[in-house]
Design a protein around this ligand. Sequence first.
Ligand code: GDP
Ligand code: IMO
Ligand code: MG
Length: 434
Amino acid sequence: MRNVIILGSQWGDEGKGKIVDLFSERFDIIARFQGGHNAGHTVYIGERKYVLKLIPSGVLRPGKQAVIGNGLVLDPAALLSEIETLEKAGVAVRGNLFISNRAHVLFPMHRLLEKMSEGRPGRISIGTTSRGIGPCYEDKTARRGIRIADLLDRDVFRAQYDSVMAEKVAIARALDIYEEMDLAAIRDQYEEFAERIRPMVRDTAALLNRAILDGKTVLFEGAQGTMLDIDHGTYPFVTSSSASAGGACTGTGVAPTRISGAIGVAKAYITRVGGGPFPTEALDGEGDLIRKRGNEFGAVTGRPRRCGWFDAPLLRYTAAINGFDTLVVTKLDVLDEFETIPVCVGYRSGGCEIGEMPPGVAELASIEPIYECLPGWKTPTFGMTCYDQLPARAKDYLAFLEEQAGVEIGSISTGPERNQTIVRPESRLAKLLA
Ligand code: GDP
Ligand code: IMO
Ligand code: MG
């Protein structure tokens, strides 16, 4: 049994897409378990750039199967456009991609409701990706969501759609925020979408469990990151899904007893997009330098990402939540020019050192990071593929992160391309992939 979870250990954009694409060579099936087209995973293969939003990054490997699990919210228009873009670029998607019949369907109304709630006076703005993800998960939890299986049954769909939309229009009108929408035309369009996605729809929990019984291997691909998880993240500045390891089980229907390990992806520093507390944010020129060197702009919205220093207490927290066996540290090369590199090793709150991540946004926003400054290596590491090639100070930096996080660093990424990666031969990571 070699079924492994890969997910983000910070606030997303850790470079999961590149790592999933690289490691997917060793697995038969790659399954996404949560989120929607709020995710943006950039993968470079040679000269080509791919941005995956809903489709697992593993689809880029010929012969691999890709699964969109029940834990996702799916905008059929976004899915079909992504398939079209990938197929135009020569990627064989149809025939290799399977969509859960239990995933939830996202409608334009979800986007409208999100726009209205984000903009309402007095409401805390989360700084979402404006894709309608939150309102779609709200419907799921409120037990009025429409699932792919419902969409494929025209009578069931019509009845559910009309009733759900009537309720939403009434609420939007009562709040005086309704914007005219041709709901009947949207319903017709979704019926067309249904026919186009029907050949890809499966009971993916059954598909995955059967494959595992047959000895096939599954790589579970997380979107977002643990600090954006609805339960464990910096609530309410989170996304609406389970982006941590538990989500791999609930979002695919594969039991924890069938999963052998969890790999955390962490940047060598840290970024966040949107609002919310960020203790190690570098609000000075150094933050700008990270942004520039790391090209830290959102793949989905193009927003500049907030940048800051590696936060070891945060990583200890997410390592515990996910039970990471090993870490992949990405974008080490981005730090190549820094004279010194601060690393947060603890927090102080109200004058006292605190050992645990506070749950309250106000306390999180006011905690003071305790830094240790490490000397930079000031030599290029870009593209390195072998641990021994790394400058001594870069190795010291990684050893410090490893010690502080309490998890081995099994792999280091030194550039956006597949081959710009180091895998340490004797690591737990190498064993998980073997
Ligand atoms: P994801 O959402 O976790 O998949 O990450 P994104 O794709 O949104 O953002 C990561 C960005 O960093 C992408 O543009 C990648 O091509 C790029 N990237 C990934 N790993 C490295 C690396 O080691 N070095 C550099 N310089 N860029 C990287
Ligand atoms: P990947 O998979 C970084 C952030 C948004 C916002 C919050 C809620 O590329 O790592 P949402 O639209 O999900 O309701 O927004 O979550 N967010 C991400 N930040 N990477 C992502 O995905 C994100 N997906 C959502 O910026 O703060
Ligand atoms: Mg991203």
